[in-house]
Design a protein around this ligand. Structure first.
Ligand code: FDA
Length: 384
């Protein structure tokens, strides 16, 4: 007998399944893809033995002690610290914008106060006018020179839209550090799973109370674990796309997707770092990932490396949804779908697709733990 069906085996679904199984519930976990893990999953590239993050670089970081303690039950973490660089007009700069970036860019030796004053002066270009679009917003946050070098082209490529035609709200803030610290994340804990993402994710559901069914689409009416056969029969945690659950009856929520171009190169090191941004408009990709650099502690070949070029665009039907666009029209749709979701009997919507919001891994886990505590646990729990 099944006490709970979980649809989707990303970190949200895995956490719910594991916590509920630990409480004694019999869990059926359905996953459309051929392996568990959702977008955090990874695979070993066979020719080189290098672990590749299939859906783009995944860096684990959190300041949430409960989440940190929880994930450490399934994996240890390396001391990896993420740093990003950016190639602009043939020159490499540290990202995010730090005092190092500013002094390199302006060929200066400014201290923090002088750098702050320079950016404030450049940012005052609009003379107090409220920014009317993303371009003006960028200038008002960090001044035109740095905005045009590092943000404008990158944002245009991410959105495939001229920043003058994007709303100012897309760029709420642009972090600038007036120190030389170019550590990418500020969280208390950071690292990568010692033996890789996939073993970590698979260990989470290696439990006698969890049955995993791969290559099963909950929304495919031709298969037995279809929505219409299960809803109302058993509690369900659904982490697939919110609009698809309702057959897009209100319209489609819009997403950005990414295209990844993976290549094995016959060199021991291609770029000397894990992630290099390409903000210039004349380069089609936004970043290049080189996976060997995530694990300097591992033995990798001296004569081969794996890189992945990342391209960004609006998702079309059938594309993987990656980042919610959240236009005003999307927000209206979201409210309509939330109202529908509230009317579903014993169906709990969670995760980044089920709630139409970007979630880092630690946020997906935290939100799943809360759902188990507050709603799914009590709803299923009675007899356990
Ligand atoms: P996720 O998308 O992982 O899982 C949903 C699962 O549901 C998928 O496996 C899907 O196949 C399945 N599914 C959907 N519909 C279904 C259906 N009808 N039937 C059956 N199964 C179905 N986070 C971070 O902390 N650090 C990072 O560096 C990054 N980097 C990053 C890069 C990119 C490009 C993206 C898009 C995301 C990140 N993330 C990240 C975020 C991270 O990927 C995210 O936190 C998790 O994917 C969230 O887990 P979920 O379970 O919510 O969704």
């Amino acid at each position: 007998m099944t006490d709970l069906v979980v649809v989707g085996s990303g970190l949200f679904g895995l956490t719910v399944a594991e916590r509920m199984a630990d409480r004694g519930a019999k869990v059926l976990l359905l996953e459309r893809r051929s392996r568990v893990g959702g977008n955090a999953s990874s695979a070993v590239e066979p020719a080189t033995g290098i672990e590749v993050h299939t859906y783009g670089s995944h860096l684990f970081h959190t300041s949430n002690e409960r989440v940190w303690a929880y994930v450490n039950r399934f994996t240890a973490f390396t001391p990896y610290v993420h740093r990003v660089y950016s190639t602009h007009r043939g020159e490499v700069f540290p990202m995010p914008i730090t005092l190092g970036t500013i002094n390199q860019f302006f060929r200066s030796a400014l201290g923090p106060a002088a750098a702050r004053a320079l950016l404030a002066e450049q940012a005052a270009e609009l003379g107090g006018k409220t920014p009317a679009n993303l371009d003006e917003q960028g200038v008002s946050l960090i001044g035109r020179p740095l905005y045009e070098a590092f943000i404008r082209g990158y944002t245009a490529k991410q959105w495939q839209t001229d920043p003058r035609d994007l709303p100012a709200s897309v760029l709420a803030r642009l972090p600038v550090r007036y120190t030389y610290d170019n550590r990418y994340f500020n969280d208390t804990h950071e690292g990568l799973p010692v033996d890789g993402y996939q073993p970590w994710l698979e260990r989470m559901v290696d439990h006698p109370n969890i049955e995993v069914r791969l290559e099963v689409d909950f929304l495919d009416p031709t298969q037995p674990f279809h929505r219409d056969a299960l809803v109302g029969q058993v509690p369900i945690v659904y982490t697939g796309p919110l609009d698809r659950y309702f057959d897009a009856a209100e319209g489609e929520l819009s997403w950005r997707t990414l295209d990844f171009e993976q290549e094995v190169l016959p060199v021991g090191d291609f770029q000397g770092t894990s992630v290099m941004n390409y903000p210039d408009a004349d380069v089609a990709y936004t970043r290049i990932h080189e996976f060997r650099h995530f694990h300097p502690e591992r033995r990798h070949p001296d004569d081969a490396t794996v890189i992945m070029r990342e391209y960004s665009r609006f998702a079309r039907p059938g594309d993987e949804p990656y980042y919610p666009v959240r236009t005003p029209a999307d927000r209206r749709l979201l409210l309509a779908y939330r109202a529908r979701a509230a009317g579903e009997q014993q169906v709990f919507f969670g995760g980044r697709l089920g709630t139409y919001q970007y979630l880092d891994m630690h946020m997906a886990i935290a939100s799943a733990l809360t759902m188990v505590d507050e709603t799914v646990g009590p709803a299923v729990g009675g007899s356990h």
